[in-house]
Design a protein around this ligand. Structure first.
Ligand SMILES: CC(C)(COP(=O)(O)OP(=O)(O)OC[C@H]1O[C@@H](n2cnc3c(N)ncnc32)[C@H](O)[C@@H]1OP(=O)(O)O)[C@@H](O)C(=O)NCCC(=O)NCCS
Length: 196
């Protein structure tokens, strides 16, 4: 497995704290599949919608994706294989920058089950962790979505509670949560040491 570090120009000034984020783009060789994870750009938009319509019809739409792109451009990642879009995922963060959300994720059917969904979770968590005030990451998932639940559990997400009729009658969702431990700054550790 090879790891490459790439950094990308960020095309929004919405969240200045993220200007310094270096996106790690993994190049993974799993059999013949070489998949790269990186931030999306506006040119990906049409392909993203086409893919979402195939993987999860009636969930994502042009307007929702546009909003995510405008609000959280630095929290949206794509998976590509030989330059072709084969997956993407969106995250967001609340106005207090304490609660992150995994908002949407999908991988093209023929590439599912190869760890790409997990890498898209990892990329979003890594980007969200750049917010020093982050305390929790939440995600809603259908209880029948076994691969999502398994992938999220691998990153420490646990069931918080079930929400009945979340997306309308009969469309229940489970809320899963990942607590984030505050990062202790080295200078704070130093100042808390009492020498007697
Ligand atoms: C959910 C989704 C993004 C996962 O992507 P993926 O690339 O297939 O996921 P991964 O391969 O990284 O990992 C999935 C995990 O679930 C497991 N898994 C896959 N299919 C499974 C199934 N039917 N039952 C149980 N576990 C399953 C995998 O083995 C893997 O676990 P492991 O690493 O412990 O072996 C993808 O399946 C998808 O696009 N689904 C349709 C859209 C969707 O439901 N999106 C989520 C809601 S927004």
């Amino acid at each position: 497995m090879n790891f490459t570090v790439l950094s990308h120009a960020i095309h929004s000034s919405f969240i200045p704290v993220c200007y310094s984020v270096n996106v790690r783009a993994n190049v993974q060789e799993a059999g013949r599949v070489e998949v790269q994870i990186e931030r999306v750009v506006r040119d990906d938009f049409a392909e993203m919608i086409t893919l979402a319509d195939m993987t999860l019809p009636d969930r994502m739409n042009l307007h929702e994706l546009k909003k995510y792109m405008e609000l959280f451009p630095e929290l949206i990642f794509k998976a590509t294989y030989n330059g072709q879009l084969i997956g993407f995922s969106c995250a967001g963060i609340d106005m207090y920058q304490t609660t992150g959300w995994l908002l949407f994720s999908n991988v093209s059917k023929e590439f599912q089950g190869q760890g790409i969904g997990k890498r898209l979770i990892e990329a979003r968590l890594q980007a969200l962790r750049q917010f020093p005030t982050l305390r929790t990451v939440q995600v809603t998932v259908s209880e029948t979505n076994a691969s999502s639940i398994r992938a999220l559990s691998a990153y420490g997400f646990r069931l918080a509670h079930a929400e009945q009729d979340y997306y309308g009658p009969g469309k229940h969702r489970n809320l899963m949560e990942l607590p984030i431990l505050p990062m202790i700054q080295p200078e704070k550790i130093e100042s808390s040491i009492v020498i007697t």
